[in-house]
Design a binder for this molecule. Structure first.
Ligand code: HEC
Ligand code: HEC
Ligand code: HEC
Ligand code: HEC
Ligand code: HEC
Length: 454
């Protein structure tokens, strides 16, 4: 009850009151500002007749599943309850944009999600290809919070100037070939206190990739091995493919899988191929190096340094909701002279799958307005620490390891960089999947041996 009162006070205290929180129609809007109806949008099933390749790639992607995503739904329900429905359309603006744009989405007190069936395809073809402009936010001049202008029933906006279809009008759109288009949803601000909850676009904008003209599309609309090459060479890949069933082969050509790092929720959605692609991307992203002394005195101490480098992510590593995501170092030191007995461990999981607070994590730590740690987007008031690693940057973690008196050596040091999309305790309490273990991805490993001094 106290929390509810507090939130109400928070909303009423800001200029403009609660209105500010429901961002429709202020940011996501039609190009004319006139209301839109779900019947003005065409289902992906129809686009599939002529664009089967695009459809197969998109279907099952996290864009197509942005609304069916069981983690999103559970968290969205909670935010609706806690804020007195004020976040219903705010969250839908990115996860179910047709529903938000047409105001045909809300959550009942019972937790039931109500959405017009013509608007429930998540981030669908006709939404993205009806975008005519990206609106830059007043603060900082960056895109964000679903700031897009949409023209329902207009020409299908795409990358080609000379495309022709008898089914729909086409128009060349520069916006679709640029990161700003993605940034409109991949830059998330708290609508009341303006705290950056996710700033993937801004991280990219300040990077070498942006300076070299490498856009989000160049890494996320190509297969993982091609993306790795793009990152290494700083050159766009030029691919050829079929844009429709009418033998229209074109260069350049882009895929619609949009895989990132989600190897967890994708498995809940039975998208095993995509989970695998996410693993490949995570494994290509980082490199780790160990620095250890040549020899140590058993009974003394050993200093180990682990350098983690972001080699191929076009933004920070990790990125996006890093208050929720977990990327950390697992370091184990074993005594080979005593049958590999563990003399030190950091970043291990306990029997319930929880990660201890001592683990060296990379990412943002957020607090609510009372200073309590939180990952919940609507409660975030401030980011107190952000240890995510910038593009082509590195971070070094230092471990001071005491060796027990009976230690013999030599000592084997194993460092692993691990990732999971959500903490086990969040899965346990938000997902209706008893016993489901959040998949772990080993992004990189390094080993070293340290002699014992005589
Ligand atoms: C998240 C937004 C988004 C969604 C959803 C989306 N597209 Fe695209 N699509 C794009 C972008 C961006 C490009 C252009 C990429 C570039 O040229 O840099 C594109 C390109 C295309 C092209 C040109 C050929 C190609 O593949 O490169 C076609 C045709 C197309 N999309 C059709 C579809 C269809 C059909 C669907 C649904 C099954 C769909 N799109 C879903 C963003 C989207
Ligand atoms: C401005 C766009 C935007 C808004 C508004 C937004 N989100 Fe998201 N959300 C995203 C993006 C982009 C991702 C995926 C990023 C990634 O993969 O790391 C995401 C991911 C998530 C995830 C993780 C899903 C998974 O499968 O791992 C949850 C949970 C979530 N959002 C909840 C919410 C809630 C609750 C709200 C409203 C309070 C909200 N989001 C509002 C863009 C948005
Ligand atoms: C009856 C067949 C047909 C259907 C149905 C269809 N398209 Fe197309 N579309 C085409 C053809 C043909 C082209 C031209 C391809 C080319 O020239 O490369 C095209 C081109 C496009 C382009 C590229 C435009 C450009 O200028 O770059 C986009 C984007 C697109 N379609 C999106 C869609 C979406 C979204 C849907 C569903 C709402 C859809 N299409 C339904 C036949 C169709
Ligand atoms: C209308 C808002 C919107 C637009 C536009 C958009 N995205 Fe997304 N994107 C999302 C949301 C929401 C999610 C997360 C869905 C979830 O996890 O429930 C997401 C997920 C992703 C993921 C998957 C992350 C993972 O961990 O697997 C990638 C990659 C991605 N988007 C890239 C892009 C790129 C590249 C573009 C531009 C071509 C783009 N997005 C445009 C809203 C958007
Ligand atoms: C040089 C290649 C490259 C570029 C450019 C790039 N990415 Fe990524 N992206 C990656 C790699 C590699 C990963 C996997 C590692 C990670 O999570 O950061 C990734 C992961 C992601 C994820 C999943 C994050 C998570 O932990 O859930 C999202 C969302 C995403 N990218 C969106 C974007 C957007 C939006 C842009 C443009 C502003 C972009 N990316 C530009 C390479 C790239």
């Amino acid at each position: 009850m106290a929390r509810l009162v507090f939130l109400l006070v928070l909303f009423l205290a800001i200029p403009g009151g609660a209105e500010e929180f429901v961002f429709y129609p202020k940011i996501l809007n039609t190009a004319t500002g006139l209301p839109a109806s779900p019947s003005q949008f065409i289902s992906a099933e129809k686009c599939a007749y002529c664009h089967p390749l695009q459809y197969e790639q998109w279907r099952g992607s996290m864009h197509a599943n942005a609304l069916t995503d069981p983690l999103f739904r559970a968290v969205w329900r909670e935010s609706s309850r806690e804020t007195g429905v004020r976040t219903d359309r705010f969250c839908a603006g990115c996860h179910a944009p047709v529903g938000a744009l047409t105001e045909q989405v809300w959550i009942r007190e019972s937790g039931e999600i109500v959405i017009d069936p013509r608007a429930d395809e998540g981030i669908t073809c006709d939404f993205c290809h009806s975008v005519v402009a990206v609106k830059l936010l007043e603060k900082g001049g960056n895109p964000g919070n679903s700031g897009l202008a949409v023209e329902p029933e207009g020409a299908k906006q795409g990358p080609y100037a000379d495309a022709h279809s008898t089914f729909h009008a086409t128009a060349y759109s520069d916006v679709h070939t640029r990161s700003e288009f993605c940034g409109a949803c991949h830059n998330v601000f708290h609508p009341v206190n303006n705290t950056a909850i996710a700033r993937t676009y801004e991280e990219w904008k300040g990077s070498e990739y942006a300076r070299a003209g490498i856009q989000c599309q160049d890494c996320h609309m190509v297969p993982p091995e091609v993306a790795a090459r793009v990152a290494d060479t700083m050159e766009k890949a030029v691919r050829t493919g079929l844009t429709s069933v009418f033998d229209t082969e074109r260069t350049p050509f882009f895929d619609h899988d949009f895989t990132g790092a989600n190897a967890a929720v994708t498995t809940l959605l039975d998208q095993w191929g995509r989970a695998n692609e996410a693993r490949l991307r995570l494994r290509s992203a980082a490199r780790i190096e160990l620095a250890v002394p040549e020899q140590v005195a058993p009974g003394g101490g050993m200093e180990v340094r682990v350098r983690v480098e972001n080699v191929r992510a076009g933004h920070n590593l990790p990125t996006s909701m890093t208050e929720l995501r977990q990327m950390w170092l697992h370091l184990v030191v074993r005594d080979a002279g005593r049958n590999g007995a563990v003399v030190f461990e950091s970043g291990g999981l306990d029997s319930t799958g929880r990660l201890g607070p001592e683990a060296r994590r990379f990412g943002a730590q957020a607090v609510d307005s009372e200073g309590r740690p939180t990952w919940k987007p609507w409660r975030i008031a401030r980011i107190v620490r952000d240890t995510s690693i910038p593009p082509r940057g590195a971070a070094t973690e230092r471990f001071e390891i005491p060796l027990p008196p009976g230690a013999k050596g030599p000592f084997e040091v194993l460092a692993r960089l691990l990732y999971r999309s959500l903490p086990q305790e969040v899965a346990d309490s938000y997902l209706d999947r008893p016993g489901w273990k959040v998949p772990l991805v080993e992004m990189a490993t390094a080993r070293a041996e340290v002699r014992a001094a005589r």
